[in-house]
Ligand binder design. Structure first.
Ligand code: ASP
Length: 463
């Protein structure tokens, strides 16, 4: 059994969906379970519906609902030719559009939106795409079955970022999905959405379809998890900055998770955690270019071929400089600081400490005022925005101390606001001004990945 997940751009229109069906066909002998996202852009539009409704802008919300309806009706017209399923799907789309209008109306009367309503509204994107794709498979003579993820992806009620309850998910998935797969059905289901034990719709966080796929892959002991997207795999750097960025053929789980956390856009940060637990290989592949092998992410065998694998960055971060007023000894000082971050659910993406001062890089500044107020009760705190964390990732960094020197000498005159190296020593992160990102990434890529300057690059692992 394998799990295949197709992201929004892989199912954005009827041509893309036809490609998906052909890709799934080539894997039929491996019993695929197929997770799909909403068609590209639809989740954003649905969340817009939620916001506009809360702001009382019902007519604008209705325009979005109509656009979503028309787009999916067009998909049905282009993909489904048998009369009965075509009418059934069009009827369903119409019911969903009415439900959305009713929700929008109710929210606009109340004038505010809860996480629970946001999740219900957002869920329609995946529910629409999946039902059309499952039927389109049937039309292309793939024996398929649509399974509603809310029947098995059981979560807590932290709406908009609900946490799956693994033992329940496992029990339900084994009961619902496994028998269908064993009977030769291609199970088609939704990423991203779930439900509480009492059946209220939830979502597991933006971009969460990868995570849905990997949870089920892990719980059902899949032989492989395939994440199909619109790029050729994980690259050595963001191609919008480095047009010649190269595909990485193989990387370790640790490298992939560091990259995802530090901004590489191909993978959702949580994706590979369940895969790591069961040591299930994850392939990142391009549905527009299926003959390409993509990137294989797997447990490191300790023989990573080169020092650095990739450069990632996170823009728009804010640096907080916190200096002890010397009333605290170091351990209490750190504890006091991080309990404030924890209280306001703000993630520290990079940290550098000395005995009396701590520098923290954060992305989410929604609670910055509260954080500053509380910390200023026991320390001096200043903040500066407009920063970016740049991060070089590679298992072999730890075995090659010289690489740190190369990294920083290549950056020479670029102002570095902070440096941090994680305990795993597979990444080196530093903070630069937002305006310097492109230059920093270009110089690093040149230093670490251009064949002329980097002897230890084995061409075998890059394309
Ligand atoms: N459709 C959802 C989103 O856009 C989930 C996903 O595609 O992973 O966030």
């Amino acid at each position: 059994m394998i799990v295949m997940k197709f992201g929004g751009t892989s199912v954005e229109d009827s041509d893309a969906i036809r490609k998906v069906i052909e890709i799934v066909r080539t894997e039929l002998h491996r019993n695929p379970i197929v997770f799909v996202s909403a068609c590209a852009g639809v989740t954003n539009q649905l969340l817009k519906v939620a916001d506009l409704s809360a702001a009382g802008k019902k007519d604008e919300a209705n325009d979005y609902i109509t656009a979503i309806r028309t787009r999916h009706e067009k998909l049905v017209d282009e993909l489904i030719h048998s009369e009965l399923p075509k009418n059934y799907l069009k009827g369903k789309i119409s019911v969903y559009a009415h439900e959305l209008k009713n929700l929008s109306q109710a929210i606009s009367v109340i004038g505010e939106i809860t996480g629970r309503s946001r999740d219900t509204i957002a869920s329609y994107g995946e529910r629409l795409s999946s039902m059309i794709i499952a039927q389109a498979m049937e039309e292309s003579s793939l024996k398929s079955m649509l399974v509603d993820a809310r029947e098995f992806m059981i979560t807590n009620d932290s709406f908009t970022k609900a946490v799956p309850i693994f033992p329940v998910v496992e029990e339900r998935a084994k009961k619902l999905i496994e028998p269908l797969v064993l009977n030769g059905y291609v199970v088609v289901t939704q990423g991203f959405i779930g439900a509480t034990q009492s059946g209220i719709t939830t979502t597991i966080g933006r971009g969460g379809s990868d995570y849905s796929a990997s949870i089920i892959g892990s719980l059902l002991d899949a032989a492989e998890i395939q994440i199909w997207t619109d790029v050729d795999g994980v690259l050595t750097a963001d191609p919008s900055i480095i047009p010649g960025a190269r595909r990485i053929k193989r990387m370790s789980f640790n490298e992939a998770s560091e990259l995802a956390y530090f901004g590489a856009r191909v993978l959702h940060p949580k994706t590979i955690l369940p895969a790591i637990e069961k040591n299930i290989p994850v392939y990142v592949r391009n549905s527009r270019n299926p003959s390409y092998q993509g990137t294989l992410i797997r447990r490191s065998d300790g023989n990573e071929e080169c020092i650095a694998k990739s450069i990632a960055y996170k823009e728009r971060t804010t640096l907080l400089n916190i200096e002890s007023s010397r009333m605290f000894l170091a351990p209490d000082f750190l504890e006091a600081i991080f309990s404030v971050f924890s209280k306001y659910h703000t993630i520290a993406h990079a940290v550098a400490t000395s005995e009396v001062s701590v520098t923290v890089a954060i992305e989410d500044t929604s609670r910055l005022d509260d954080i500053k107020r509380e910390i200023s009760e026991f320390a001096e705190i200043t903040s500066s925005g407009g920063k970016a964390i740049v991060c070089v990732v590679g298992e072999n960094i730890r075995n090659n101390p010289g690489v740190v020197g190369r990294i920083f000498s290549s950056l020479r005159d670029i102002r570095i606001n902070m440096i941090s190296q994680g305990a795993s020593e597979i990444n080196i992160g530093f903070v630069v001004d937002d305006d310097d990102i492109e230059e920093a990434v270009r110089r690093l890529h040149n230093e670490l990945f251009s064949n002329t300057s980097s002897q230890e690059l084995s061409s075998e692992i890059f394309d």
